[in-house]
Design a protein around this ligand. Sequence first.
Ligand code: HEM
Length: 481
Amino acid sequence: MSSSSETPPNVVSPTPSVLPVKAIPGSYGLPIIGPFLDRLNYFWFQGLDTFFRKRVEKYKSTVFRTNIPPTFPFFTRVNPHVIAVLDCKSFSYLFDLDVVEKKNILIGDYMPSLSFTGNIRVSIYLDPSEPQHSQVKNFTLDILKRSSSVWIPEFISNVDVMWTTVEKDLSKNKSSSLHVPLQRCIFRFFTKILAGADTENSSEIADKGFGYMNAWIAIQIIPTQKVGILQPFEEIFLHSCAYPSILVSPGYKKLYNFLKKEGREVIQRGETDFGLTEEETIHNLLFIIGVNAFAGFSAFLPELITRLGSTDETGLQNKLRKEVREKIGSTQQLSFESVREMELVHSFVYETLRYGPPVQCQYARARKDFLLTSYDASYEIKKGELLCGYQVLAMRDPKVFDDPESFKADRFTGEKGRELLKYLYWSNGPQTGSTSASNKQCAGKDVVVPTACLFVADLLMRYDSFRCSSSLNIIAVEKAK
Ligand code: HEM
């Protein structure tokens, strides 16, 4: 976007074309008290979803000022003030790097200590204006390109191990928890595909690697996350201070040493072809494998699986199975080409990303003063102010999505459905956009949807019926005859 007052591409045009400039509704309240009360509402009395919805109702606006945690007492250097942007149009300003920057704001103004990543600012915290960002992003895109030929066999073999474990368990018990086998599967797959390192080469990493990763991620983001344990214990013990990296550094060090040994080839490419040091390469790789890929899929695949395996009156599972088996035909071979033809499977995956975006909040800081235009008004944003997009609400924008609160598996089918992809923002950019070194769209954008479709297709080829509870307990499977 060239001019700050223009309508961003990919968003619904405003009507009328000249909109009034209004003061942004909402306030930050009294110092300390305002942010503290908002924190209690965010985590405890209301929860994230109600917190944003109630304020939309109160201010009759999808753009407003509010505080978000972490705050008082031990986050004195964190500024909790944000401007929430909760419709498709205002949310899309988060992608406009002419007017916003993405330096150090992955989870808001709060940034975990650099000691978690060897005192290196990994690429997710870099703005594209920083040269290091393109070095690491190009490196990531290169890894993904090179791994394309082994992507499917690696993925299917890991998924195979996972389902075999579940089937064995189900032959002895009434139900089987998919949680650990799924995490193990995702972790092994991404470590192999992104770093060329097979976790099976170290019994400790094979066994505990994903646990070390979970702990390392959790401790960094915990001050910003609702966990759901008994209150006020959650507020007192999890949201009042940042925990030091030393608590998880033994596990992280093991992952680091494992990658250094087993991922030699990929690390060398980072050094020779992309000008990174060994340390920069390994810390960035660990972050991409862990936070981006492993945590992203650990949030997303359970959504897909439980939706697929829940009792559903529309016969969704059978409709999807019919499409998968028709498109695969007699070859019985899954490929990205065969999966590409599965329109309903794609739409189901897109709708799952719309309905429950795996990364719920995105942030961006105003690079300069600019005018942010929503549907009914424009708002003056001052340089340095932080925009906070709660994607769950933006993806339920009634001006874009019909019946937005309903899950409609076929929403993205046909021409009208494909048009809607402009407004699907799970990847920090529209689904129709392209990720590159000059933007902050997810580097894995073009592999996430095909891989999820592959997962669904494989499952429906494998089983004639499949049932699963909301807590990822597999209740019954009937193998394909
Ligand atoms: C379901 C899975 C995934 C989801 C939901 C997801 C989502 C996202 C989001 C929302 C961002 C932007 C964060 C921000 O700056 O505000 C992002 C960035 C990123 N993602 Fe993904 N992601 C997924 C999988 C992956 C995978 C498999 C990779 C593997 C390479 C990956 C690599 C990255 C990288 C490197 C960035 C930073 C981009 C940059 O700095 O320009 N992601 N992802």
